[in-house]
Ligand binder design. Structure first.
Ligand SMILES: Nc1ncnc2c1ncn2[C@@H]1O[C@H](COP(=O)(O)OP(=O)(O)O)[C@@H](O)[C@H]1O
Ligand SMILES: N[C@@H](CCC(=O)OP(=O)(O)O)C(=O)O
Length: 386
């Protein structure tokens, strides 16, 4: 087959909860499954957590560290060990692997984002399986993914993957944490429309070694679905189930994707970037952007928060504070503050220099998938962007 598959496995599946030691049989089954898929022609990416967990086990530590510098040092111990285990197992099946360590910054800068894409393509051409993790030892706190669920969804979007499979220590998503609530109902399939309104209590933080619990997996499923990637959450103790999921069998929780409508650059704006500020719009501007594909003009902006420079990513919000779009601002925050609510023709006078007509040009603007931002009642309409 000629599919692109991103499989993410969490610490809770890779290690035994009591001892923190590696769950070797699980890892071996995963390796066998992925090597088989690769041999049958699929492009396979493994996003593997576990650097911190494995580092702790190696060093005899019984608790996940809290201090960031300590975590970075432990991840440096664990990552090498983890890769050695993978390489030993994959080598038995003559399957080469490649280590790819990414930081949020790598996916935020356009050139490194494109670079990462090209590197993955070359690794595929070499017949290797890239094994991805966050580069924990150098990632700075404010620019961390923090959990590999988000990282795996971004990698799936970058590669326009067919599937994102999140392996964890429960068999699927439930209406609430099944460890805490015996009445938790299993959720088997979720359409894009249902995903928008899915009411799930995902706040339980899981096994102690995992980081994000279900909340980050749900966020990853939303991100991947918006990027046109089919997503599944399934039990990591039976990685063979991956092949059954790919064959269309009803395992775990499966999320249908939205049609992939945005070009790659727009997906980068939507998901690769971290926003530095927020522009609140009036309903007229919201409609113009959302329904008529217009650029954002200063006239439709009612409030500005955050500090950003021209070229930085900003969140665009409805009057009731829901983010519905993202874009690259043509102005810094103090300039937007000066020109907001004003006609485009007044901008050069207000700022004292020639400036673009638009605050966010439509080429640099992307609507987020969720349609719940539609106004219940329409407010006053501002000057509509060209
Ligand atoms: N609604 C829910 N459905 C299923 N599991 C949930 C839910 N809410 C919280 N959880 C918890 O999330 C845990 C998985 O998250 P986590 O430990 O971070 O896994 P991983 O290491 O695979 O990323 C499960 O063990 C479960 O207890
Ligand atoms: N980069 C970290 C990943 C942390 C993480 O996301 O863990 P998990 O919730 O188990 O997927 C590590 O390798 O320990």
């Amino acid at each position: 087959m000629d599919r692109t598959l991103v499989v993410k496995i969490g610490t809770s599946s890779l290690t035994r909860s009591v001892t923190g030691q590696l769950a070797l049989s699980t890892i071996a089954a995963l390796v066998e499954t992925l090597a088989h898929l690769r041999a049958s022609g699929d492009r396979v990416v493994l996003v593997s957590s576990g650097a911190v967990g494995v580092g702790c086990a190696r060093l005899g530590l019984v608790e996940r560290p809290r201090r960031i510098a300590r975590k970075q040092a432990i991840a440096a111990v664990g990552q090498g060990r983890l890769m050695r285990v993978y390489d030993d197992l994959f080598a038995n099946l003559q399957q080469p692997i490649a280590q790819v360590l990414l930081t949020r910054r790598d996916l935020m800068q356009r050139n490194s984002y494109v670079n990462a894409y090209n590197a993955f393509q070359e690794i595929f051409e070499l017949g290797a399986i890239p094994i991805v993790n966050e580069n924990d030892t150098v990632a700075t706190d404010e620019l961390k993914f923090g959990d590999n669920d988000t990282l795996s969804a971004l990698v799936a979007s970058l590669l326009e993957a067919d599937w994102l499979i999140l392996l964890t220590d429960v068999d699927r998503l439930y209406s609430s944490d099944p460890r805490l609530d015996p009445g938790a109902r299993p959720i088997r399939t979720v359409s894009p429309e249902e995903l928008d309104d899915l009411q799930v209590n995902a706040s339980g933080s899981g096994s102690g070694w995992g980081t994000g619990g279900m909340a980050t997996k749900l966020a990853a499923a939303r991100l991947a679905s918006s990027a046109g990637v089919r997503t599944a959450i399934a039990h990591g103790r039976r990685p063979e189930a991956i092949e059954q999921i790919l064959a269309g069998e009803p395992h775990g929780t499966q999320f249908e994707p939205r049609p992939r409508s945005e070009p790659a650059r727009k997906r980068w704006i939507a998901y690769g970037l971290v926003t530095s500020g927020t522009l609140t719009l009036d309903w007229g501007a919201v409609q113009a952007l959302r329904d008529r594909g217009k650029s954002l003009l200063a006239a439709g902006i009612t409030a500005v928060t955050g500090e950003f420079l021209a070229g930085d990513a900003v969140a665009l919000c409805t009057p009731d504070g829901k983010e519905f779009a993202r874009g690259l601002s043509d102005f810094d925050n103090s300039e937007v503050e000066q020109i907001r609510g004003r006609q485009s023709t007044a901008i050069p006078l207000l700022l004292g220099y020639a400036a673009p007509d638009t605050v966010v040009h439509r080429d640099n603007l992307v609507l987020l998938g969720d349609r719940r931002t539609a106004p219940a009642q329409q407010g006053p309409v501002s000057q509509l962007p060209d």
